[in-house]
Ligand binder design. Structure first.
Ligand SMILES: Cc1cc2nc3c(=O)[nH]c(=O)nc-3n(C[C@H](O)[C@H](O)[C@H](O)COP(=O)(O)OP(=O)(O)OC[C@H]3O[C@@H](n4cnc5c(N)ncnc54)[C@H](O)[C@@H]3O)c2cc1C
Length: 298
């Protein structure tokens, strides 16, 4: 069977950073069987969700990728919710709210997909995607489909077993708590207001927090103390209200972002002897960029 794909797929406008070049071949499965067939056929193919936490090279990626946005089924049965990996967090939080279910109020304010959020163990406002997980159905490359319990998923701050074992999230099953939808909505509105006051909106394209917070030392505070807010590279700059965000002010490129990240990390290393770890991921085939990315992860 030949699966549908697009050649030289221009990914830039699908990313929240509005940065990225052409992908040689992009696949868009819309059901689990098709998704698994692709993963069997192309064992190391990268899987991308809503592109809100990844920097894609402006020179593109010389390879195949899978985009999950067509994998978007949600089923709600009592307090049990099953969501495909491509379901967007804000949509899921609204649907469970309408069903008087609490646990996803945090998802309303940022643009991840369920797969990306499980992979990253996304969290905000005192809630975390792993809090309510019962099982995650994954594709284990080289093995096949495996269902993991929450305890098997190795969830920790901004990581999960998916990162260590290169697992692909197909679907997740959650158990939520019953609550009046008006109360849930009130909490979601508060979360949205907090974001408006403390984070850049996507009108200023960005990728969320750039670096992870070292234990006991918020990255934003460390960065601010080394003068980050004054820094820019090409057409990207550090957001003036919070130093752990980089915003694209026009035609920013991946090299602009990587150069700025490098400068930021060096400043913190020189001053505090702390090596900040990137929270965002990178995908590209540009050799120079790959070298910088490697240095950023040392
Ligand atoms: C304005 C803004 C605010 C944000 N606020 C927060 C916040 O408060 N808290 C927070 O935790 N994050 C936040 N983020 C970051 C981001 O939304 C999350 O990390 C989210 O979980 C990423 O999901 P995604 O689908 O966009 O993943 P992508 O960016 O598409 O991918 C991120 C990583 O996940 C992998 N991945 C994606 N789908 C799958 C899958 N099905 N199986 C296996 N791997 C997969 C990719 O390969 C990649 O390595 C914010 C981002 C923005 C732009």
């Amino acid at each position: 069977m030949t699966e549908y794909f697009e050649k030289d797929f221009d990914i830039k406008n699908y990313t929240t950073f509005k940065i990225g070049g052409k992908i040689s071949e992009a696949y868009f499965p819309d059901n689990i069987d098709e998704f698994v067939r692709l993963l069997q056929k192309y064992p190391n193919i990268p899987v991308l969700g809503n592109l809100s936490n990844i920097l894609i090279s402006s020179s593109g990626y010389d390879g195949k990728v899978i985009l999950t946005h067509k994998m978007n089924n949600i089923s709600i049965d009592g307090t049990t919710v099953i969501a495909d990996c491509g379901v967007k967090g804000p949509k899921l939080s609204q649907q469970v709210c309408a069903a008087n279910l609490s646990g996803f109020e945090f998802m309303i304010g940022f643009p991840g997909s369920v797969g990306g959020e499980v992979y990253m163990n996304a969290s905000a406002h005192g809630q975390c995607i792993s809090d309510n997980i019962r099982t995650v159905t994954c594709y284990r490359r080289g093995h096949g489909v495996v269902k993991y319990s929450k305890d098997d998923m190795g969830f920790d701050y901004r990581t999960s077993r998916c990162q260590k074992d290169n697992l692909v999230v197909l679907q997740a099953k959650f158990e939520l708590q019953t609550k009046d939808s008006e109360e849930i909505k009130k909490q979601m509105d508060e979360n949205l207001k907090f974001r408006k006051d403390h984070q850049p909106s996507l009108v200023l394209p960005n990728c969320g927090s750039i670096f992870k917070n070292p234990i006991g030392n918020p990255a934003g505070r460390l960065l601010e103390s080394v003068g980050a807010k004054q820094l820019n590279a090409g057409e990207v700059r550090v957001w003036r209200n919070h130093s752990n965000f980089i915003v694209n002010t026009g035609n920013g490129t991946s090299m602009d972002v990587l150069s700025l990240m490098y400068e930021l990390r060096e400043r913190v290393k020189d001053t505090y002897n702390i090596a900040l770890e990137p929270e965002i991921k990178y995908l590209g085939s540009n050799k120079e960029e790959l070298k910088i990315w490697q240095k950023l992860n040392q």
